[in-house]
Unconditional design. Sequence first.
Length: 381
Amino acid sequence: MAALRRHNKLEEICRGGFHSASSFLSSISTSFAHVPTDGANVAVGKICRLLDLTKLSLMVRKEEKTEANKPALTPEEVKMKAQELRINLWPKYISSARKLQFISSVLQGVECFWLAALSLPFAVIDRIYAVCHNFMWTSKHPPIYWAKICKPKEEGGCGLRDFKGWNKALLSKERIRIGKELLEAKRIEEENERKRFIYLSWFSSLSVMEALEMSVCPALPAGMDFQMQAERRRKLGLPPENPETAKPSTAQVEDKKSSLPVKPATKAEYMRDCLRALKQHHKDEDARVKRSFQTLLAYVGNVAKNPDEEKFRKIRLNNPTFQDRVGSLHGGIDFLGLCGFEKLQDGEFLFLPRDKVDMAILNTAGSELNSAIANPFFGVL
């Protein structure tokens, strides 16, 4: 306020003829003309700053804008600016049809991933519209509203995509895909729960039956079962049965049992036990076990279909695929041994000689593998 009052007083003095009555000059620049300078306003500027003349508004020096006063650009901004300048030169040498093709295939194709993954703000989409619009129209062509360009060709547009609607469509497609995956996961979980419930129900029913047999139907005393059968025959009107002929003696039964030959375990039982051991040893890896069974079935099937082909009867042990699917699992190589495969002396191959190819054993192995793959409760008990 004090500076403003001094300024007003000075203007009143100047209007009242102060300069004409005194020997002072009205121009501050000429008032300091006797000050030695180098032809520039450096000395006058220093004097004005020392006297604080800028506050009186008598002389305000306008500082020129230089490159040093401008804010410095970051390397990313410089790169983006150069890219914009380079792109702005292209429309001068490209026809309108090529511009449309360039916009639809390049400028609109770059944002496809982000439009499908994120909901872009309208400000970003408007900025993309501006870049496409500036690339399409130059100063020689009148600009057209971009919404009209994005209309289909049947409606008078150029057939370009509308980013706002396209963004919503891609996000809706992504939501539908995620929904399908969630439904599939829920279906698999319900299927596993149903299988688990069936197994538990079956197991509990067996336990209940055993408990009922032990509690409700205790062991009958000797001769009681024969009396019950005789009473039943009498009620039905049948003639009584001679106990000596109806019931053989215990000694005869024991002699008959002892005379029966003991049936040795078959090859199928050994194969079934091997597959069951593999399943129980990797009980938490159902997908890996199933893939191992399928691989073993492929090996056996190839030998059964082409027994003369040596490439199907020879397996490299250090093959990464074989090790991942069969070799690294407990019992996988043992099952191939039951099918007739033998390790060579170098220990690098499993080989099935042509004279040892037994189609019956191969068919049995295929049957056991198919049963293990199809049965969801295989190896559980």
